[in-house]
Design a protein around this ligand. Structure first.
Ligand SMILES: Cc1ncc(COP(=O)(O)O)c(C=O)c1O
Length: 475
């Protein structure tokens, strides 16, 4: 009898790395348990600035009332009779309408998602972009991750398929590429231009790949960016689309942060769908959205969608076949998507509370982002791009050579050493830049702007930074 060992497992799976839930997150959990068990640590609480999970314990972004009321009535239809005179009438109407379209949420739905909800998604896209959207081009998913995984799975062939990914990137992409044995073709984002996409860098990555016999098949763009918080302007987006035309690249547009804008009047979001239609471009585009981010933050419900633009019917049929294997996305996530694309409108009974709740989330995020970037920028050896969108900041650290030497000695990167000491001394958990990728010799870390009590932990972070630099001999 031979017991299964790691060496018996699929080597592609063993190559998968996922820093957001890696060493730092595990250590943070351990420290939290120690605090709960009464251990004496140099801090009173662990601050999870490592993950964009707004409703997580300790971050505590409240769920939107409208979303949860509709969800509750879908979970337990007899509740309608108990609340119909107490809850807003638009909640009850929405739940009745969805119950009529779906029936019980305990049943499998259509594999691409409930047709009624896909129609709502198409209408949302049309209103956002001013161009038509076909519900048949929309696939509801268990979060954006499931859609990314599906597309990478079908795009990667055994013949050295190159996928252009931004550096820094959200590690879902490198992890999924490792899983399906695709070849990442990394291109660097431009930090001096607010982490914008540099066409020159993408061209260089294509050339590099081609030299090695890797055929570039798709280009991943994350906009607004994770971990950078960047936001692309229209001109850059148009040149990205032209570049995809030139190289016949499928554009994978990860737009899960499209509602997280800190100054939408001066920095608006444009979707790639809008740009592709405006340019009348034939490129194949897959656009992702999710209920995990934005103001909903319903990460645990697992809901999202992708829209395919300019795809051949037979390619869409393959996607349909593949989603059928998984039967259907979770119904609770699909209902979350419906509430996201059809929020209460001005004049409806739920609107005043919805507006109050979402304004509070937007303004807290914008304030924290601004304050944290300002304070980080005033620290010696730290520079931080002020981010116009998403939930993150990605400061750059200038570290003395002695930090690099000390890190080498323990087999870690300098930014990991920094993040580990930060966690040990302040309880603040961030993700080292090496988890997202960065230029050789550079050090960054990502912190989220979701934690309440920003003043307190930014002060702790400042004190730590100064002590850390002094301890290693100064800059
Ligand atoms: C850029 C990006 N894409 C996709 C995801 C995954 O989202 P979901 O929870 O919808 O799978 C995340 C999550 O943090 C993300 O940052």
């Amino acid at each position: 009898m031979h017991n299964l060992t790691v060496a018996d497992l699929n080597p592609a799976v063993l190559n998968v790395q996922y820093a957001v839930r890696g060493e730092l997150a595990i250590k943070a959990e351990d420290l939290r348990n120690k605090l709960e068990a009464g251990h004496d640590l140099p801090f009173k609480r662990v601050i999870n600035s490592n993950i964009g999970n707004p409703q997580q314990k300790g971050l505590d972004q409240p769920p939107l009332t409208f979303t949860r009321q509709v969800a509750a009535l879908m979970e337990y239809p007899p509740l309608i009779d108990l609340v119909k005179d107490k809850w807003p009438s638009d909640v009850v109407d929405r739940a009745r309408e969805l119950q009529e379209a779906i029936g019980s949420i305990g049943a499998y739905s259509h594999s691409k998602g409930v047709p009624y909800i896909r129609k709502s998604v198409a209408k949302f896209i049309e209103e956002r972009d001013g161009y038509p959207s076909d519900p048949e081009d929309i696939f509801l998913t268990a979060g954006a991750s499931a859609g990314v995984s599906l597309l990478l799975n079908v795009l990667i062939t055994p013949h050295q398929t190159g996928i252009l990914i931004p550096i820094p990137q959200y590690p879902l992409y490198t992890a999924t590429l490792a899983q399906f044995s695709g070849t990442p073709l990394p291109y660097h984002l431009s930090e001096p231009d607010g982490w914008s996409t540099s066409l020159h860098e993408v061209e260089a990555a294509i050339e590099e790949g081609t030299k090695k016999g890797v055929k570039p098949r798709a280009l991943v763009i994350i906009n607004p960016g994770n971990p950078t918080g960047s936001l692309l302007d229209l001109e850059t987006m148009e040149s990205v689309v032209r570049l995809c035309e030139k190289h016949s690249l499928v554009l994978l547009a990860d737009e899960v942060y499209q509602f997280n804008l800190h100054s939408p009047e001066t920095h608006p979001f444009h979707s790639f769908k809008y740009v592709v239609r405006k340019l009348n471009s034939p490129i194949q585009l897959v656009s992702y959205h999710s209920i995990s981010k934005g103001v909903k933050g319903e990460c645990g419900r697992r809901g999202g969608y992708f829209e395919c633009t300019n795809f051949d019917e037979d390619v869409k049929a393959v996607l349909y076949k593949m989603v059928s294997v998984g039967l259907c996305p979770p119904l609770s996530g699909q209902i979350g998507v419906d509430s996201m694309v059809r929020p209460p409108k001005s004049g409806q009974p739920s609107y005043p509370l919805y507006k109050q709740e979402t304004d509070a989330i937007h303004s807290a995020l914008a304030q924290r982002t601004k304050l944290m970037a300002e304070r980080l920028n005033s620290l010696p050896g730290v520079s931080c791009v002020q981010s116009p969108g998403a939930l993150y900041l990605y400061p750059k650290l200038e570290l003395p050579q002695s930090v690099v030497d000390a890190a080498n000695k323990i087999g870690k990167t300098p930014d990991t050493l920094y993040a580990l000491e930060l966690l040990d001394e302040t309880g603040i958990c961030v993700v080292p830049g090496s988890g997202f990728g960065q230029k050789e010799g550079e050090s960054h870390y990502r912190l989220t702007c979701l934690c309440p009590g920003v003043e307190e932990y930014v002060t702790a972070l400042e004190e730590f930074h100064k002590k850390f630099i002094a301890k290693y001999g100064g800059l």
